[in-house]
Design a protein around this ligand. Structure first.
Ligand code: GRF
Length: 221
């Protein structure tokens, strides 16, 4: 599968994807052929250039036809949003049904939607007194953070946590969950059905079980 990744920021999730798909078994399933950004100065573009991957600057994120023709020019199969803060135009959403993936740093549908990105998400989690946050990887539709869920993973929120503490704990899980979720979509393990439901589950390695250990209920005794 030929992948295009769109990122607006530093691109640590992009970096995790590139590292993951460097491994032979994953490389046989997918390859990032272009990294695009709506910010010419985005660190994500520097990461791409450092690896000899094509880059593209999106001059008008609302111009669906321009974005569509760019994606077609790279013969893309899967589009991954790794910290992209703009809505994907309908011309693109309709062109790649079940092939556009986003990572959100909270357990959607909570703490999502327009304006909920970056530190704002984690500040809202702390302000709400939430005991659990986490990561959501989902298919993209015409709305912010509303598409069918591909994978989620919980992250504990401790009483002493600042928004930055939660952000760092969530980001570490994002880097583990997003590549596995993309891999599962690329090889068909997980797919979006015509009725909008998701078939299949992303295989989770034991090493990601750690967060669950922190959620095991104490024995009654
Ligand atoms: C991540 O927290 C992601 O969940 C959100 O934007 C951030 C991107 O960080 N959508 P990076 O640019 O991948 O480091």
């Amino acid at each position: 599968m030929r992948m295009v990744v769109i990122a607006s920021g530093g691109g640590s999730n992009l970096g995790a994807l590139l590292d993951y798909f460097d491994a032979p078994d994953a490389a046989a399933v997918g390859r990032v052929v272009c990294v695009a950004s709506d910010k010419a100065s985005a660190g994500a573009l520097d990461r791409a250039r450092a690896r000899g991957i094509s880059t593209h600057v999106i001059t008008d994120p609302r111009d669906g036809l321009a974005l569509r023709s760019m994606l077609l020019s790279f013969d893309v199969d899967v589009l991954v949003l790794a910290g992209y803060l703009k809505l994907v135009p309908s011309e693109v959403v309709s062109g790649w049904p079940g092939r556009i993936i986003n990572v959100h740093p909270a357990l959607l549908p909570a703490f999502g939607g327009a304006g909920m990105y970056g530190q704002r998400v984690h500040a809202a989690v702390v302000a709400a007194g939430a005991r659990v946050s986490g990561v959501t990887v989902h298919f993209v539709d015409e709305h912010y953070d509303r598409g069918a869920i591909i994978a989620q993973w919980p992250v504990p929120v401790f009483e002493t946590d600042t928004a930055a503490d939660v952000a760092a704990r969530v980001l570490r899980v994002e880097h583990r969950l997003l590549p596995r979720a993309v891999h599962a979509v690329c090889n068909g393990t997980v797919s979006l059905q015509s009725d909008g439901s998701v078939r299949g589950r992303v295989p989770m390695p034991p090493s990601l079980d750690a967060p669950h250990d922190e959620f095991s209920l104490p024995s009654d005794s």
